[in-house]
Design a protein around this ligand. Structure first.
Ligand SMILES: Nc1ncnc2c1ncn2[C@@H]1O[C@H](COP(=O)(O)OP(=O)(O)OP(=O)(O)O)[C@@H](O)[C@H]1O
Length: 600
């Protein structure tokens, strides 16, 4: 201590009277310098030693040096103490980060949105983001009571960005912060949720994570999550769709069962694949007529096997081979990877409206007008993907294990054999145009009594003589076994009605007995030519007779005739177009050859 006091005294003396001790030395030094300058010779050893003598004799400088060393040591100690302090404090906290692109972020945000602490928070963010959920998992208290509010998107309280909130979880103190950072790309922001829990063990964090995940899963139990890739090649949960019952998709007997059982068996066979060193991947190629149920069965399988669907849009602008490979390698272990219209991925020539071979266009009638030229141009591939890039992404070293790939196409024969080989596409299933069997089942499914309980109740009321006089349901228990009469039912009878296309929901469908519907379905199917119409077009037709099953059966022959006529016209126009293009090509070719011969 005495030493430091002495140093401090010397500092003061140096500041107050610098000339006292040092002036004579300084003069000496200056003289030395001028001498050396005038003689213009390099400084001699004597000059350097005089410089050293000068510096050492400059008492304040030595003291300054001591002070710097002392201050440095003090600062180091201070930093060490703080770092130790933070380490000790940090050992009582657990910090977890959730990145916006990751599913765990959605789970936590949904969980947070349901915490009561927002009811008293002074600053909150109000949001209608659903975080991939369809259900009312996140709501503002009281919103559910008002039915008129439920029709629109749900409101939710969320932590405001860049603010820290404190709350309690299982009697543990925790803080929540939404951290936003600028990514540098066009002012885009990246978001991360940070949670600090005052606990020494991971137990509380584990409980929190599992609780959030369970709640999210429970809320999304009846839906499938759809992921698409964003411009940064990260997967984003963009929507959740209600699960579609497998039985609602009517395929040829055994097809749906084959697809579901095979996929289920695959998911359970990881050890089998590992034991044989076979890559744990499965690919399905669904090909055939448009509107035959390829996409529908995939979403139904996803629901059945509780898998999320990751859609790879091969024609997405900016998607190239490396981006595709990155996307595929970032897939989760168990999921469905869907590539629709895989034939359109590489070439601009392959257009869905121009069948490459007759086999690719079996009928092809959709009942819809051909798309306008602009739509066709828009449908032209903008892809920068090469076939080898796709093949590598599918089964290269970086390809994800455990995923199920579904690829769909309307042009089976135009696909490269390398793409279709087992290992990439293990099972190929053809989806044909509707058979009579499918048409019958579709009709049956379409007009099944909407509410059988209500029908039974009405029947009971009838039995007790309380039948409603204004019953226009079209249902009559006496008709149950009756021969089907295609005359309009009371609800179908209509006088002057406004002309419109489609079915008004204000009208009610007659509730028919299964036997009645079966009989109508039989007649409907008889009128449908085998493998000529797509299921989508049949569904579209029935939609226009949503509440008029009798009329649907009465008019079906006429509709089939119209469809055939429309298709013949389209085919004729198509043939004329191809012919004119071929003639133009021949003409251009002969002109070119003439030019060449003239030149030569
Ligand atoms: N086999 C089927 N059973 C029940 N509904 C079907 C069937 N096929 C098609 N549909 C109905 O037709 C519509 C279109 O079906 P979907 O998109 O699955 O056809 P797709 O074969 O994928 O057509 P595309 O090749 O044009 O993509 C859906 O609304 C679906 O309900």
């Amino acid at each position: 201590m005495a030493t430091y006091f002495t140093i401090a005294q010397q500092v003061f003396s140096a500041l107050n009277g610098p000339a006292n001790a040092a002036s004579s030395n300084a003069t000496e030094f200056a003289n030395g310098l001028s001498n050396s300058t005038t003689t213009s010779s390099p400084p001699s050893i004597t000059d350097l030693s005089s410089l050293a003598t000068f510096l050492l004799s400059f008492g304040a400088l030595a003291d300054w040096l001591k002070l710097i060393v002392f201050g440095g040591a003090l600062e180091t100690l201070r930093r060490m103490a703080f770092s130790l302090y933070y380490k000790i404090i940090a050992s009582f906290w657990i910090t977890a980060s959730f990145h916006e692109e990751d599913s765990s972020y959605d789970w936590m945000m949904v969980w947070l949105s349901k915490q009561s602490s927002w009811e008293t928070a002074r600053e909150v963010e109000v949001s209608t983001r659903s975080f991939g959920l369809n259900s009312s998992a996140i709501i503002v208290p009281g919103e559910e009571d008002d039915l008129s509010l439920l029709s629109s998107r749900k409101l939710a309280y969320l932590p405001s960005a860049s603010l820290s909130y404190s709350m309690w979880y299982h009697r543990r103190y925790m803080t929540v912060t939404r951290v936003q950072t600028q990514t540098g790309y066009y002012g885009q922001k990246e978001e991360r949720l940070q949670i600090n829990i005052f606990t020494r063990t991971h137990r509380v964090l584990n409980e929190l994570l599992l609780e959030a995940k369970k709640e999210y899963m429970a809320a999304s139990e009846h839906s499938i999550s759809i992921f698409v890739s964003d411009s940064n090649n990260s997967w984003r949960n963009v929507a959740s769709r209600p699960k579609r019952n497998l039985s609602s998709i009517i395929l040829d007997p055994g097809v749906a069962e084959l697809l579901v059982d095979d996929a289920r068996d695959f998911l359970e066979s990881k050890p089998w694949y590992a034991a044989r060193g076979i890559p744990f991947r499965r690919g399905y190629l669904l090909y055939g007529a448009p509107g035959s149920g390829k996409t529908s069965i995939i979403s139904s399988i996803a629901g059945e096997l509780a898998l999320d669907v990751y859609i790879v849009s091969l024609s997405r602008v900016g998607l190239d081979d490396s981006a595709l490979s990155e996307l595929i390698s970032n897939l989760p272990e168990k999921c469905i990877c869907l590539m629709e219209d895989i034939d359109c991925a590489f070439s601009q020539n392959l257009n869905r409206d121009e069948p490459s071979t007759p086999a690719d266009a079996p009928g092809g009638s959709e009942g819809a007008p051909p798309p306008p030229p602009t739509a066709m141009a828009a449908g032209a591939s903008t892809s920068r993907i090469s076939l080898s890039g796709l093949l590598n992404a599918l089964d290269g070293v970086a390809a994800q294990e455990g995923r199920i790939l579904y690829a769909t196409t309307n042009k089976y024969t135009s696909l490269d054999p390398a793409l279709c080989r087992p290992g990439r596409m293990d099972i190929h299933v053809e989806f044909k145009l509707a058979s009579r069997y499918q048409a019958k089942r579709l009709f049956n499914q379409f007009y099944l009594p909407f509410d059988e309980d209500a029908a039974k109740k009405k029947e009971a009321e009838k039995a007790t003589g309380k039948a409603a006089e204004d019953d226009d349901s079209g249902y009559n228990s006496a008709d149950e076994d009756a021969v089907i009469d295609l005359d309009p039912t009371p609800s179908e009878k209509s006088d002057a009605k406004p002309t419109y296309f489609g079915t008004s929901h204000r009208e009610h469908a007659p509730q028919l007995r299964p036997k009645q519907i079966a009989a109508l379905a039989e007649r409907f199917a008889e009128a449908i030519p085998e493998r000529e119409m797509s299921m989508a077009s049949l569904q579209g037709y029935l939609m226009t007779y949503k509440i008029r099953p009798y009329e649907a059966v009465r008019s079906v022959k006429e509709w089939v005739a119209d469809e055939r006529e429309a298709r013949a016209k389209r085919e004729k126009a198509q043939a004329a177009k191809i012919k004119s293009e071929a003639e133009a090509a021949v003409k251009t070719g002969s002109e070119n050859s003439e030019t060449v011969s003239t030149d030569s």
